[in-house]
Design a protein around this ligand. Structure first.
Ligand code: SF4
Length: 264
């Protein structure tokens, strides 16, 4: 593979999870339509972004119905692309299933807005802040966007999930290590803390907030070693398939499953 000028963290993250998935997506340009839960998360994210962007200036949250409206409008457009799995559909009609996902997303947005948003004051330029990590040698630049940086220096990511995450979720999250690195490069210092905000689906949606100290230098070094190994594999055109026993190598989580020659 020719040496790239840059790589986004999201595509690098796909490569780290499964080289074959990366090859299908970025080498063969096979774009898989989003699942309903992924689309719900994307639309939820848009609604939070609309609120937090304006809150930099106003220091006040939008009315709840305005945030729900952003979710609803985004969902109505995005849900046209969604491909439902057999597990999603069950015995219901696709229209009913999509309606169910929309309703659950609305409930999650409301709960997030009620419980988490009032405690968050984004810093100036602290919403979807771009960063670039430039390495020595002819390695590609690493590009990314930090979801949210608060006035108190916390770097945070928001997720819309179906199940309550485990307590270790933030500790082992490589995306948060990358945000930490991006903050350090952009602002010359580590973030005050790292946080993940969750809206959790359910009959009565709930939220969770996990917080951790910034990553220590040894963790950042290991992350950089991992990136360097990934760049070498990419340059050599080595697209290692995901291990057999990982959760994302499954029909539910990988859109290439039905045509993949490597899956278990
Ligand atoms: S099915 Fe498994 S090995 Fe194949 S592309 Fe998906 S994650 Fe990778």
């Amino acid at each position: 593979m020719p040496v790239m000028d840059h790589i986004s963290f999201s595509s690098l993250s796909m490569f780290l999870k499964c080289g074959e998935q990366f090859r299908r997506r970025y080498e063969c340009n096979e774009i898989i339509p989003p699942s309903a839960s992924l689309a719900r998360g994307t639309c939820g994210h848009k609604s939070l972004e609309a609120n937090f962007r304006q809150k930099i200036e106003t220091r006040e949250d939008l009315p709840e119905e305005a945030v729900v409206q952003v979710f609803s409008d985004t969902w109505d457009a995005k849900s046209q692309e969604v491909v439902l799995s057999e597990e999603d559909v069950g015995t219901d009609s696709p229209v009913k299933v999509l309606g169910r996902f929309k309703d659950s997303g609305v409930g999650m947005v409301r709960e997030f807005h009620r419980v988490i948003s009032p405690k968050v004051q984004p810093a100036p330029d602290g919403v979807e802040e771009k960063f670039e990590v430039i390495f020595h040698g002819d390695l590609p630049k690493l590009l990314g966007y930090i979801d949210l940086r608060t006035e108190s220096g916390i770097v945070a990511d928001s997720k819309f999930v179906s199940k309550t995450p485990s307590k270790d979720n933030l500790k082992t999250d490589i995306q948060m290590t990358c945000y930490n690195l991006g903050h350090q490069v952009k602002h010359g210092a580590p973030p005050a803390r790292l946080a993940k905000f969750f809206a959790i689906a359910g009959k009565n949606p709930t939220t969770a907030v996990f917080e951790e100290p910034a990553r220590d230098p040894a963790t950042l070094d290991r992350f950089l070693c991992r990136i360097e190994a990934a760049f070498k594999a990419l340059e050599a055109g080595v697209f290692q398939p995901a291990p057999n026993d990982c959760w994302w190598c499954s029909p539910k989580w990988c859109g290439y499953w039905s045509t993949c020659k490597y899956h278990p």
